[in-house]
Design a protein around this ligand. Structure first.
Ligand code: UDP
Length: 325
């Protein structure tokens, strides 16, 4: 059985579906602070918090857990700068408790949800995994701290792990079973679709004087179901005996500017999406685009939905179903 922490969240719920499709049995642990009860796709659900070590310990006693896929974390850059303590506590202490509980029961295989934010503002694009880890925000720092912990856990305790450094997760399950539902919502595509639905008046473009062709920031948007399948591939490698501490970028290798996304969303939805020019958002690097060649060659990862129109249209179908009136 596989324990998925944060399995009621956005990437977590897609990964639970992918794990089950691949034949894995799943137990979900989520405190539902950001996750949703109706996006729990397993009969085995534990509502609880990583801060509670005795409870975690009891979960490992209750189920025959072979490996863990760990999503549960706070993940908003802006929030992490305003309240670093809650990020250190939730992400770092929470993960340390999880690793302790795993080790106590001899569970030594982990797939970890990391982020492109570990790279900060790299000078060279596309970004490779061996680039320096120089995060510019607290959220990214917590993920680097945990990746470092995982390296030490390997050398000291033979604990094997794969960290996936996600670029911009977007889109929704093509069958409409789950999708993005954040409160507050801060992600570009979900906000643009809120405007298309009439739930927001307009989208504010954060900065138009970046050193890019149209002056707006460029990001690498990757379909969440493609991310989910990478977790299954990584987990299966660990279960079949891969040993060590590994990190893989997950992106599409193509960049889209903020204005590109707004334009594509207008095409896909056929709706009016007014945009306003706004100030730069603090800490936004101008361009983040991944090289995912390592995940392709080592894990055999292939994207099913590389086309930005598929990413936006699956998100739009979900948005209409979840939030449309
Ligand atoms: N963005 C924007 N307006 C918004 C939200 C986001 O212009 O209301 C921009 C943001 O500055 C960044 C890109 O859209 O350049 C993607 O932002 P998001 O928060 O979705 O992801 P991030 O790249 O920060 O992880």
């Amino acid at each position: 059985m596989i324990l998925v922490t944060g399995g009621a969240g956005y990437i977590g719920s897609h990964t639970v579906l992918a794990l089950k499709e691949a034949g894995h049995e799943v137990v979900i642990l989520d405190n539902l602070s950001r996750g949703h009860r109706d996006l729990v796709f397993s009969d085995h659900f534990e509502e609880g918090d990583l801060q509670n070590f005795p409870y975690l310990d009891s979960v490992f006693s209750k189920y025959p857990i072979q490996a863990v896929v760990h999503f549960a974390a706070s993940s908003l850059v802006g929030e992490s700068m305003k309240d670093p303590e809650s990020y250190y506590y939730n992400n770092i202490c929470g993960t340390l408790n999880l690793l302790r509980a795993m080790r106590k029961k001899g569970v030594i295989k982990l797939v970890f949800s990391s982020t492109a934010a570990v790279y900060g503002e790299p000078a060279v694009i596309p970004i490779m995994e061996n680039y320096p880890l120089e995060p510019t925000n607290v959220y990214g720092e917590t993920k680097v701290a945990i990746e470092n912990m995982l390296s030490r856990y390997y050398s000291a305790y033979g604990f094997s792990s794969i960290s996936f450094r996600y670029f911009n997760a977007a889109g929704a399950d093509p069958d409409g079973r789950t999708g993005e539902d954040h409160t507050p919502e801060t992600h570009l595509i979900a906000l643009v679709l809120d405007v298309a639905l009439g739930k927001r008046k307009n989208i504010t473009v954060f900065g138009n004087d970046y050193p890019t062709e149209d002056g707006t920031c460029i990001r690498d948007y990757i379909h969440v179901s493609d991310l989910a399948r990478a977790h299954v591939l990584g987990l299966d490698k660990l279960l079949s005996g891969l040993e060590g501490k590994f990190a893989f970028n997950l992106g599409n290798g193509h960049g889209y500017s903020v204005l590109d996304i707004v334009e594509k969303a207008r095409e896909v939805t056929g709706r009016y999406i007014p945009s306003l020019e706004g100030e730069r958002r603090e800490g936004d690097p101008p361009i983040l685009v991944a090289s995912s060649e390592k995940a392709e060659s080592v894990l055999g990862w292939q994207r099913r939905y590389p086309d930005i129109r598929d990413i936006i249209s699956t998100a739009w179908n979900w948005h209409l179903k979840r939030f449309g009136s």
